[in-house]
Design a protein around this ligand. Structure first.
Ligand code: G4P
Length: 315
């Protein structure tokens, strides 16, 4: 079952962004460096149009550095787009953010035309942490419960540089099934909206293919060729003493261990998608979505004809 999640305050966020965008010079989108494609928001692109964009690959301390480099190259090759990697260990990120924005909008600056920057990101991507660092405040709101609404705030990063933080979070309809699983694994989705076992299996399936050594080292086991994600989850459960009695494995507990280990990088620095992989998933997801829409439209048309809301088309 694919993951669907859409927090209730989305419309408020959409409205706030579309109002703010009129007076915005650069849009900063915070992405999770472990899943840049899945943590991006297609709805944001629609709302911000052709505004210069700064993609910040946040939590780079948890991500695979070689893959972060791939994503940075990918974004930096797009028109009016820059990308930088960042993590919470950077105590003065303002300088790099300001510099990247100035490069994107060189005509803005000075007291007459101050730079106006909008910062957006999906829940749990580290926006509050970054803003707290920028404002020099102690963490006011950080926590792993996704999606807490707040009011717009303006942060002055220099005399002629304003950063606007949007209230609430934007969340797209998840049309790429794999994105749903990656977002759940990362902690971006509220824990009641997914099944841990399913998410852990998807995660292990990817790790077997791309990071087998990391799994072997973490759980002191060997992954024989052809091993399936279900077998690996059982093996991890056995190794970690997640047992139910009579030799049965507690798969729920094993799944929680795997997800926890991924989230805090106990498995090492891992990135769950490359630009090419994500592009392929997106294409497949869009095709499926279009097919679903055609089916839905056909059902709706039948319904309208049945209840005589519109005339039957002539043969
Ligand atoms: P949000 O406003 O975008 O929803 O995210 P928030 O800043 O609340 O951060 C969500 C979690 O991500 C927090 O962890 C925070 O510490 C962690 N985090 C933020 N930036 C980074 C980073 O660059 N690297 C790493 N490794 N973690 C980061 P938490 O466990 O939910 O809370 P806490 O106990 O750590 O504060």
């Amino acid at each position: 079952m694919a993951i669907q999640w859409f927090p209730g305050h989305m419309n408020l966020t959409k409205k706030a962004i579309s109002e703010r965008i009129k007076d915005t010079d650069v849009v900063i989108e915070l992405l999770d460096a472990r899943l840049p494609g899945s943590s991006a928001n297609p709805m944001l692109a629609e709302l911000t149009g052709s505004r210069p964009a700064l993609k910040v690959l946040n939590k780079q301390d948890l991500a695979d550095p070689a893959r972060t480099a791939l994503w940075l190259t990918h974004y930096n090759s797009q028109p009016v787009t820059r990308a930088i990697g960042l993590d919470a260990s950077e105590t003065t990120p303002a300088r790099r953010l300001i510099q990247a924005c100035r490069e994107l909008a060189p005509l803005r600056g000075g007291m007459v035309k101050p730079m106006r920057v909008l910062i957006c990101g999906i829940p749990n991507v580290g926006k509050s942490t970054l803003i707290n660092t920028l404002t020099g405040k102690r963490a006011a709101k950080t926590g792993d419960e996704a999606g807490i609404t707040k009011l717009e705030q303006r942060i002055s990063l220099a005399d002629d540089f304003y950063l606007y933080d949007t209230p609430g979070m934007l969340w797209p309809r998840i049309i790429v099934a794999k994105s749903g699983y990656n977002l759940a694994a990362s902690g971006a989705i509220g824990r009641n909206a997914f099944n841990e076992e399913e998410v852990a299996l998807e995660l292990l399936d990817y790790l077997i293919q791309h990071y087998p050594k990391a799994v072997e080292a973490r759980y002191a086991l060997k992954i024989p060729s052809g091993m399936k994600d279900e077998q690996l989850l059982e093996e991890i459960g056995r190794k970690r003493g997640a047992l139910l009695g009579k030799g049965r494995i507690n798969l729920q507990a094993a799944a929680e261990i795997v997800i926890h280990d991924f989230r805090n990088a106990s498995l090492g620095r891992i990135t769950l998608e490359t630009p090419e992989e994500f592009a392929a998933w997106l294409k497949a997801g869009q095709t499926l979505d279009a097919e679903r829409q055609v089916k839905k439209d056909a059902i709706e048309l039948k319904r309208l004809i049945k209840f005589k809301r519109i005339p039957r088309p002539q043969a």
